[in-house]
Write a protein that binds this ligand. Sequence first.
Ligand code: MN
Length: 329
Amino acid sequence: MSESTYLDGLAELLRRAPDEVFIQPHNVPDPDAIASCAALQFLLAQRGIEAEIVYDRELEKVDALLMLEVFGIRMVPASRAETMDERDWSVLVDVQKGSSNVSDLVTEEVAVIDHHERGKDESCLFYDVRPEVGACSAILASWFFENRIDPPARIAGALAFGILKDTENLTRGVSEFDMEMLYRLFRHYDPADLRRLNGSQLTMKDLLNYADAFRTVEVYGLLGFMRLDSPDDSLLGSAGDIVLSLDAVKVAVSWSVREAGIKLSVRSEVPSIKSSDLVRAIAAGIGVGGGHAHMAGGFLPREKLPEDRNPDLMIRHRSISFVESIIGP
Ligand SMILES: [Mn+2]
């Protein structure tokens, strides 16, 4: 290999770090983010760079927590990274600087590895952003192969799980590249590890929260609406997937009401109705939103919510208006 790889480029940059190097995924990291961080940590170590994984906000879902155990991944909550300061550099993974779902830590963000649409921020020194790829884990898998580094079983298993989860078992946003990377990872991991993770998706509390949320489901044409009242809203996206699995529903809009505001989750199976556009239409003038064509998220801060509008009705109304503006009433 004469050409320098992404890993070469990033390692070269990080060698100039004035102090420590951290790897930071989006807040409430999901399996794709966790796997990608663990893979990057391993790859950087191959190049003599030690980096700790820090994250903000809890790991709420059982499979994410179990991943750390099954694959021996160590991640530290940002609040407990005692040596972290302004002199440290960080690499953002599965997210970009300025995105609504990542906390701005004291570190200087110098690099981004991600598969979301390229954001406005241009301030980092290194980017590997591929929005056409279904899972960030597939990007990190390619980093192994293009540098001829064999992934150890625990990293290969984590990456395979990340690809499967982020593409909803190779059915959502999946590209040929994701398939190729999964295929190439296959001989390196133990499928029993993935089976174990698939067998632990929910706690009893999750199940009861789901049950409550599903009673609120309403269908309006191809739109499905669901409101989750539990503050434990890590399930919002996966509950939205179940709403989407209803025969009539092609676009699912789910939201949870928290003390600080309303969290939004959108899913779409209709190519002309992009989830990211719909969530921005719902949040217009009030909050933030973004994501992919098939899945997106957003947040409406409590203090920005108009007092004279019922927020549940507003979300429904804005969703219906947006969808009708595209496909007609
Ligand atoms: Mn991802």
